[in-house]
Design a protein around this ligand. Structure first.
Ligand SMILES: [Fe+2]
Length: 205
């Protein structure tokens, strides 16, 4: 099975002014595409039962694969999965992205964080203070409880048995052209383009 770069559900300029067109184009067509190509190359060297797994299963079972292929699968499989998830939880603000969540996801956030404002504060802290490259996540555990956590590089919470439902990419390639070293400004802008309906869909799966 060859993995493929997913098409974005919006144009490269659709998330302006929060994420600029050039960043979106490079991030999707170069960075994400590069992870997909390297994942496919790495998978040519693995047993067929590993090669045929969908990317989320590869990441979930990372601790069970042979040592010599774990690092490339972790980096390139993670790079593919994490970016794919990131694109799907974004929505142009003109089409309803951003704002505060409603429905089941709002109730779950209130239940597990006390209020949306507390959740946002905790998430912002993780996203802005993560050292180096990585992601900030909202995840669901086996009992249905929500929590937030950071991961380094292309590590993914799936490997630790958690189900991610919202993520922000805080690698410099995600924001440096527009925001340079001002990561907190990028994180603040990102709240305007979250697709909360999609986050709720992921919660309900
Ligand atoms: Fe990225």
């Amino acid at each position: 099975m060859r993995h493929e770069l997913p098409k974005l559900p919006y144009a490269y300029n659709a998330l302006e002014p929060y994420i600029d067109t050039q960043t979106m184009e490079l991030h999707h067509s170069k960075h994400h595409a590069g992870y997909v190509d390297k994942l496919n190359a790495a998978l040519e060297k693995v047993p067929s039962e590993v090669r045929e797994k969908p990317v989320d299963e590869l990441i979930r079972s990372l601790n069970d694969v042979p040592d010599e292929i774990r690092a490339p699968l972790r980096n390139f499989g993670g790079g593919h999965y994490n970016h794919s998830l990131f694109w799907t939880v974004l929505k142009p603000s003109a089409q309803g992205g951003g704002g505060e969540p409603e429905g089941e996801i709002a109730k779950a956030i209130d239940r597990d964080f006390g209020a949306f404002a507390s959740f946002k504060e905790e998430f912002d802290k993780i996203a802005t203070s993560l050292f180096g490259s990585g992601y900030a996540w909202l995840v669901v555990d086996d009992s249905g409880k929500l929590s937030v956590l950071p991961t380094q590089n292309q590590d993914c919470p799936l490997t630790n048995g958690l189900r991610p439902i919202l993520v922000i990419d805080v690698w410099e390639h995600a924001y440096y052209l527009k925001y340079q070293n001002r990561r907190p400004e990028y994180v603040a802008a990102w709240w305007n383009i979250i697709d909360w309906e999609e986050v709720e869909n992921k919660l309900k799966v």
